[in-house]
Design a protein around this ligand. Sequence first.
Ligand SMILES: Cc1ncc(C[n+]2csc(CCOP(=O)(O)OP(=O)(O)O)c2C)c(N)n1
Ligand SMILES: [Mg+2]
Length: 344
Amino acid sequence: MIQERIVPTFAPAPATLSRETGLLLYEDMVLGRLFEDKCAEMYYRGKMFGFVHLYNGQEAVASGVIKSMRSDDYVCSTYRDHVHALSAGVPAREVMAELFGKATGCSKGRGGSMHLFSAEHRLLGGFAFVAEGIPVATGAAFQSRYRREVMGDASADQVTACFFGDGACNNGQFFECLNMAVLWKLPILFVVENNKWAIGMSHERATSVPEIYKKAAAFGMPGIEVDGMDVLAVHTVAEAAIARARAGEGPTLIEALTYRFRGHSLADPDELRSKDEKDFWLVRDPIKRLATYLTEQQLATAEELKAIDRKIQAVIEEGVKFAEESPEPDPSELYRYIFVEDDA
Ligand SMILES: Cc1ncc(C[n+]2csc(CCOP(=O)(O)OP(=O)(O)O)c2C)c(N)n1
Ligand SMILES: [Mg+2]
């Protein structure tokens, strides 16, 4: 029997979960899952180029955190960014068009899979370099506080959620930004998606203290470990951290224990992880788990959940059609969108 680190103690508070929130979280996770499955299909059909990193298995983290935020809050991602973008409200058709390199994509076809961006949805970006988004997110949190306290803009109470992987936590930017965020009491959530692997490097082999949440204590920051396969647990932890951030009480480090169900990217044959390990995590599928919970608690019927699945499948099919029918960026516009004044 393999030893897996999980959080056995979390007991969700069922009485406080409304049907509305339960269904919102379910729909958002299904959107993430079915979107990624469609990406795999389109990639292998040659519709997408470059590296494509899918998020299957980790949906509870994006949905649990982002669906606890306001629509004017900021989200910062990594190269594994499709589902963060979807949870932040970027329409599936615009994400799909971006992956197809089309002019109607959320980054106008200039970014592709690893560089999704939407000013409208406060998505600060996907970033190809490991840990690259952490200082960007820290800067976003800084400007909220600066606008509110120095410039007197009372409406500037936005919170930033910064997502990154276990592999990013051995990078200096992680430590530097944690320090600044506490020092300046920035309204930010550092959300580590600990999926145990950085490509083929096991987290246990790469870091001195594998419990990443414990590193927060060195900076005087609350660090919380959460079951990243349980969307209700993530949602509960995120709500508390967001409330603290919005109240001016500073940052929180959340370590979500999760697992990716596919290889590192669609180019990865995924031969390094053991079958035992994969099986251990597959049975913790966050979508199945929430579906079971919602039906057991009689918050939804199996038919209602199936209807959501069908609705989302239609949204994704429409997104593929939109992406396929959209034009390529015009070569005459090669230099457009480099400077902000061109963004018209
Ligand atoms: C600065 C930097 N170094 C190395 C790489 C190559 N690289 C791409 S993804 C990755 C693994 C990162 O793993 P993790 O942060 O755990 O995120 P996950 O892929 O598990 O979501 C590495 C090393 C990179 N993109 N950037
Ligand atoms: Mg990882």
